[in-house]
Design a protein around this ligand. Structure first.
Ligand code: FAD
Length: 280
């Protein structure tokens, strides 16, 4: 399939990209890895009049950790780069995104800006209480994960804003797991679960669970988190708490799974993810 015609620019600086975005209006689109945008254009679900390619802009790629400030991941950092990092939950999730070719091109910033609840980064960012930094004509701001995802393919980013990086707090002392259920290896998640747990003296001091593809946005399994907080780390308690994993969700049915089946998957995967993160 051939996309409709569009203009193309590859600016050398972020300021130039933001200026071009402002001039072209809401018809223009940023281009990162192109692995969500270009398929949409080829199917003619999207027809931007201009593509502004971010690839020549310095400083948007790479991972910096340390100094107790958590981690900064540049927006153009590919899934493959995170997969090869020592970043715990993010690396575990990145490994499960599609196949190596997609991971070599797709970027963390592009995935978060796209806001697809079936993609894997949003639930990870939400579970970690991370944020993105967005720069636009009116300056720079930080958008917390809980504010970023507003609806299906809809984020809090303004039309002229570029995600420059992703910020993740330090998760020292946390166990993690990212479990994803798909019909075939390397498919999109029917349901995915990002779990982070901190155990102190045999009890859960903190439990965070992000859900992939259980609604129009990524969600937290708040009821499970609350049920486990302060409780001893025991398989029977995890299993009982995980029964509430689908509370407050509204999973979309599709060719692969009905909403009922997705709720079942959420309960099973949450139990397994928490057990794994807690080292059981
Ligand atoms: P692009 O396609 O370039 O852009 C996506 C959107 O984000 C566009 O609207 C663009 O304008 C905007 N954008 C891009 N960068 C920025 C920025 N810095 N600031 C603001 N807006 C920006 N993903 C998963 O999570 N899990 C999967 O299992 C999975 N399977 C896939 C299988 C296939 C076959 C393919 C083709 C893709 C799959 N993906 C999957 C999606 C893939 O991870 C994409 O790469 C990712 O979702 C988008 O990143 P991108 O860099 O390609 O963004």
């Amino acid at each position: 399939m051939i996309p409709p015609e569009f203009d193309y620019a590859a600016p050398d600086s972020l300021d130039e990209a933001i200026q071009l975005l402002g001039q072209a209006g809401d018809d223009a689109k940023l281009l990162a890895g192109g692995h969500s945008l270009l398929p949409l254009m080829k199917l003619r679900f999207a027809a931007p009049s201009m593509l502004i390619d971010l690839r020549k802009i310095d400083g948007l790629k790479g991972i910096q950790s340390g100094n107790g400030d958590g981690t900064r991941i540049g927006a153009l950092t590919t899934h493959a780069m995170v997969q090869e990092s020592d970043l715990g939950l993010p690396a575990a999730a990145a490994k499960q995104i599609a196949d190596q070719q997609v991971r070599n091109r797709g970027t963390i910033g592009g995935s978060l800006a796209h806001g697809d609840p079936a993609s894997d980064w949003p639930a990870v960012l939400l579970a970690m209480d991370g944020s993105v930094t967005a720069r636009g004509a009116n300056g720079e701001r930080s958008i917390a994960a809980a504010e970023l995802f507003q609806d299906y393919l809809t984020t809090a980013l303004a039309d002229d804003e570029v995600i420059t990086d992703v910020r993740l707090p330090s998760m020292d002392g946390y166990g993690h797991a990212y479990l994803k259920f798909a019909r075939r290896a390397e498919d999109w998640a029917m349901v995915g679960v990002a779990a982070l747990v901190r155990v102190q003296d045999g009890s859960f001091a903190d439990v965070r669970i992000g859900l992939t593809h259980m609604g129009t946005t990524p969600l937290r399994a708040t009821q499970v988190e609350q049920a486990l907080a302060g409780q001893p780390v025991e398989a029977s308690r995890i299993s009982a708490a995980a029964e509430a994993a689908a509370e407050g969700t509204d999973p979309p049915g599709d060719l692969n799974a009905t909403p009922h089946y997705k709720r079942h998957l959420a309960r099973v995967l949450v139990r397994r993810a928490v057990e794994q993160a807690a080292g059981l």
